[in-house]
Ligand binder design. Structure first.
Ligand SMILES: [Zn+2]
Length: 487
């Protein structure tokens, strides 16, 4: 059995997790599109861009993947094994509503000309002011006879306006296009401006958007692109679906009475603790359970960050203790590690929870090294902690930073790590069984051969492949790998 990774169409760059199943069960991962490096990446993962087919049936090898797609379908049809089908989940959708609140449909009905679109120079059609918004078997707009009775744009004779309005899904399908050019009074947008801004770099929303709103929005954009009004036909470059916060495992709802009121939390702990806790509660793409103790913990952490800063601000750093050199280096390294970690977690994965945890670690180090590190190193670590926590807890960090430096934190650049301070004191040891990669473990750079062997033997996936057998021979290459040979 082979785990298919035949990425015939280009898909966004994969990450390791996509192949967790194949790796866990040791299934071969076959590369079927030749990438820039024909031998494959060092990690053995498939190429997901466009390219020439390899390792496929001989008649398809060497074809560009998108051409091969059609050729493969034709082959399957000739073999009687399958046929081309187009799948879609876009359901029938009625956009007109008998409601007041909605965009008027710009159509006029003329007894002579039939259905006539309102010409461009009369757009947009504005809602009339009315007294009674309740529908009475027809749209509330029908009662606004002054508005309904109009002139046919085509023949100039008496005509009536359409009284239904558009469903709100229409608005949510293209608002992001209008946002790019919101003050344009001549047209919905200037194509040159949209060329600059579209597509939306990042879409964030709940999973409930996936089946309706996102399909409609994409449908609109594809239709607008086909009509020549838009240069992109995919509106959102990246989608992130956040998880739901539950309480005691249950969805929060008024009827269950288990809703956590943000106001109560803000009143008790302040907005910083409330916000930081919500971001700290778990990986943002996963559901997480609310915990009152958790808010308390984050509140204590922020209080400690502020208190340490306030205490240090009262001391004369220049004239103060220079501290122990090793402790200074340790703390400065930790601060640089935190910069690197927080920046990466936020940029690449929205992993605010692990970012906040890194700043917590830094603050723990400040506490631990308080009596050995110099005031300068402590000040750098605390300034860094405030800068890194600013997006999550802007009030308390701004205050702490001002106490330390007299500067406004929001005017400062995002900190950058000093590469020289990022020297890794660990590395990833490749663990092999009979010459095959079975696991990787993090080991200390100065670990002895015995320690490396022990670390490799203890690796979970090495254990699985040893199946209880005693090693015949163990080859240790420090800085690289351990190969365990069994019979
Ligand atoms: Zn007419």
């Amino acid at each position: 059995m082979e785990y298919g990774t035949g990425a015939i169409m280009a898909v966004p760059a994969h990450d390791e997790r996509d192949y967790a199943f194949a790796k866990a069960f040791d299934l071969p991962i076959r590369r079927v599109i030749e990438g820039d490096n024909p031998d494959g990446d060092a990690d053995g993962l498939p190429y997901t861009g466009d390219g020439l087919l390899v390792n496929s049936a001989p008649q398809f090898d060497g074809q560009p993947n998108r051409e091969a797609l059609n050729a493969i379908v034709v082959w399957l049809e000739n073999e009687g094994k399958g046929k081309l089908a187009v799948n879609y989940r876009l359901r029938d959708w009625l956009i007109s509503r008998q409601r007041y609140w909605g965009c008027p449909i710009p159509i006029v009905r003329c007894p002579q000309c039939g259905i006539v679109p309102v010409p461009n120079d009369q757009l947009p059609v504005m809602l009339p002011v009315i007294e009674d918004y309740a529908p009475q078997g027809q749209s509330p707009l029908a009662a606004a006879t002054d508005w309904v009775n109009t002139e046919c744009p085509n023949c100039g004779g008496p005509a009536e306006r359409e009284t239904d309005t558009m469903d709100t899904f229409v608005d949510s399908s293209w608002y992001f296009l209008r946002y790019c050019d919101a003050s344009n009074s001549e047209a919905a947008w200037d194509p040159a401006i949209l060329r600059e801004w579209m597509p939306v770099d990042q879409y964030i929303g709940g999973v409930e958007h996936a089946i309706l709103h996102l399909l409609y929005a994409r449908f609109f954009c594809k239709a607008l692109a086909d009509l020549g009004h838009l240069d992109v036909d995919e509106p959102f470059a990246r989608l992130f679906t956040q998880g739901m916060i539950t309480r005691d495992g249950a969805k929060m709802s008024k009827s269950r009475g288990n809703v956590v009121s943000p106001k109560a939390i803000v009143d008790r702990y302040g907005a910083d603790s409330a916000r930081a806790y919500i971001l700290f509660i778990g990986a943002p793409d996963q559901d997480a359970d609310w915990s009152d103790e958790g808010v308390e913990g984050v509140h204590r952490f922020l209080s400690r960050l502020w208190r340490l800063s306030a205490e240090l601000a009262d001391q004369d750093v220049a004239a103060g203790e220079q501290g122990d050199e090793a402790a200074n280096l340790e703390l400065t390294r930790k601060a640089n590690w935190a910069i690197e970690k927080v920046t990466g977690d936020m940029d690449r994965r929205f992993a605010f929870n692990t970012a906040i945890a890194a700043v917590m670690e830094l603050i723990n180090e400040v506490s631990r090294l308080r009596n050995s590190a110099g005031l300068g190193a402590q000040r750098f670590a605390l300034e860094t902690a405030s800068s890194l926590c600013f997006p999550f807890a802007p009030h308390v960090t701004t205050d702490a930073y001002f106490l330390l430096t007299g500067e406004r934190l929001w005017e400062q650049p995002w900190p950058t790590a000093d590469a020289a301070m990022l020297e890794r004191d660990t590395y990833e040891l490749v663990c092999q069984v009979n010459g095959k990669l079975r696991d990787r473990v993090e080991v200390a750079s100065d670990a002895s051969k015995e320690e490396l062997e022990a670390a490799a033997m203890a690796a979970p996936n090495v254990q699985v492949h040893l199946e209880g057998r005693e090693p015949k021979k163990v080859i240790v290459v420090p800085g690289k790998l351990v190969n365990i040979v069994v019979g």
